[in-house]
Design a binder for this molecule. Structure first.
Ligand code: PLP
Length: 425
């Protein structure tokens, strides 16, 4: 196809080539299907639709109403949920909307420390969540790299937060949402499970069902769920929640309307109906048997990859993984996260530098890298491919200053991935 804006479309082409020829190991990325791409790039981008299906502030919304309703119904089926809002433009905006709906500025939240694996929106001082609310944090144990639920219970009792967030950007172990709910109930707090990363695994029953235990869940749609970039808010079938005076023994209607208002008009204007259509397509894909096979393979690949790293004396935080990702502390390899990310990038292996718990480096340098298998599994790589990938990563890290050697690694990476073609668009 030819386009008028050559400058931008040439760059898109270049990016497509990068995605095609490299090993994509960023834990929060994936490759969407051509159907998802087509919906996201569709004429629905032209449509304004402030409001919700059947209750819009613009005319001409009959078609997008149908699309948004299908997206909601599919997401409800996928997560066995009673309520879903598909409008948040991102995971961060889904969290913002929940905070708006449940908290007054200045009220206290308890979240997973960013430097231990949490997300910016869980109370970081540089984020709205840390600026508008009083914060308190839990982290992982130094010796094990694991969450200690007894300690979280004690912190909750001491801090008495109004809302507790269970969920992470860099925690490779299963989160016990049931236990989190007990903790939340014991201090009369609302439990928000942010399942942005493991959503695909949770949807298919591979990890504990957050929706069954948390009062509210938020997620991104673009990580293990393999949809377009965006966010969602989910509520399960439990409405006997300590949701503040107004919602004592609250009902679905009140809670949905609080959350809906938290998104629009609380935090966003017009929804992105092209992205909502792409979310609908992705939810249908995620409901399929093929997606189950895919997500089982994502987890298998991650497990084998972590074992291969351990064989090569890499320090995986917590010693392994239960999900799609792992966090590697590189301090025993005498290289920082920043240096490793740069060297691997030169070999067309994309990872991100990441703080490790109790890190002594700044967030711009870091002592670790985070790796995930969602994208390479979409390309078709299996557990039998993991040892060659780990070998390549190890070779680059061990020879990070040898440009010629890295060039040879890049050639091997390009060769390996060429057996797993990416769509042509
Ligand atoms: N929550 C968690 C746990 C995340 O890991 C992320 C993104 O990485 C987000 C929320 C925010 O998602 P977004 O980048 O779409 O705002």
């Amino acid at each position: 196809m030819s386009y008028n804006d050559k400058e931008i479309f040439d760059l898109i082409q270049e990016e497509q080539e990068r995605q095609k020829t490299g090993l994509e190991l960023i834990a929060s990325e994936n490759y969407v299907s051509t159907d998802v791409l087509a919906a996201a790039g569709s004429i629905l981008t032209n449509k304004y639709a402030e409001g919700y299906p059947g209750k819009r502030y613009y005319g001409g919304c009959e078609v997008v109403d149908e699309i948004e309703t299908i997206a909601i119904e599919r997401a409800k089926e996928l997560f066995n949920a009673e309520y879903v809002n598909v409008q948040p433009h991102s995971g961060s905006q889904a969290n913002t909307a929940v905070f708006h709906a449940c908290l007054k500025p200045g009220e206290k939240i308890l979240g997973f420390d960013l430097s231990h694996g949490g997300h910016l929106t869980h109370g970081s001082p540089v984020n709205f969540s840390g600026k508008l609310y009083e914060t308190s944090f839990y982290g992982v144990e130094k010796e094990t790299g694991l969450l200690n639920y007894d300690k979280i219970q004690s912190i909750a009792e001491k801090e008495r937060p109004k809302l507790i967030i269970a969920g992470a950007s860099a925690y490779s172990r299963e989160i016990d949402y049931e236990r989190f709910r007990e903790i939340a109930d014991s201090v009369n707090a609302i439990l928000l499970a942010d399942i942005a990363h493991p959503a695909g695994l949770i949807a298919k029953g591979i990890l504990q069902d957050a929706v069954a235990y948390a009062h509210i869940c938020t997620s991104t749609t673009h990580k293990t769920l393999r949809g377009p970039r965006g966010g969602i808010i989910i509520m399960g079938k439990d409405f006997e929640n300590p949701f503040g005076e107004k919602l004592k023994n609250g009902n679905l209607k009140k809670m949905s309307s609080l959350l809906n208002s938290g998104v629009f008009p609380g935090n966003q204007g017009g929804p992105l109906e092209h992205i909502i259509a792409a979310k609908a397509v992705a939810f249908k894909e995620a409901l399929s048997e093929d997606f189950l096979k895919y997500i089982v393979q994502v987890k298998k690949n991650a497990k084998v990859m972590a074992e291969e790293f351990v064989k090569r004396e890499y320090n995986i935080i917590s010693g392994g993984t239960d999900n799609h990702m792992m966090l590697i502390d590189l301090r025993n390899k005498n290289i920082t996260g920043k240096q490793a990310e740069e060297a691997l990038g030169k070999a067309d292996i994309t990872v991100n530098k990441n703080m490790v718990p109790f890190d002594d480096q700044s967030p711009f340098v870091t002592s670790g890298i985070r790796i995930g298998t969602a994208a390479i599994t979409t390309r078709g790589l299996l557990e039998s491919d993991m040892s060659s990938i780990v070998k390549l990563i190890d070779n680059v890290i061990s020879n990070s200053e040898d440009e010629n050697y890295i060039k040879e690694c890049k050639r091997l990476v390009n060769q390996l991935i060429s057996d797993f073609p990416l769509y042509k668009v």
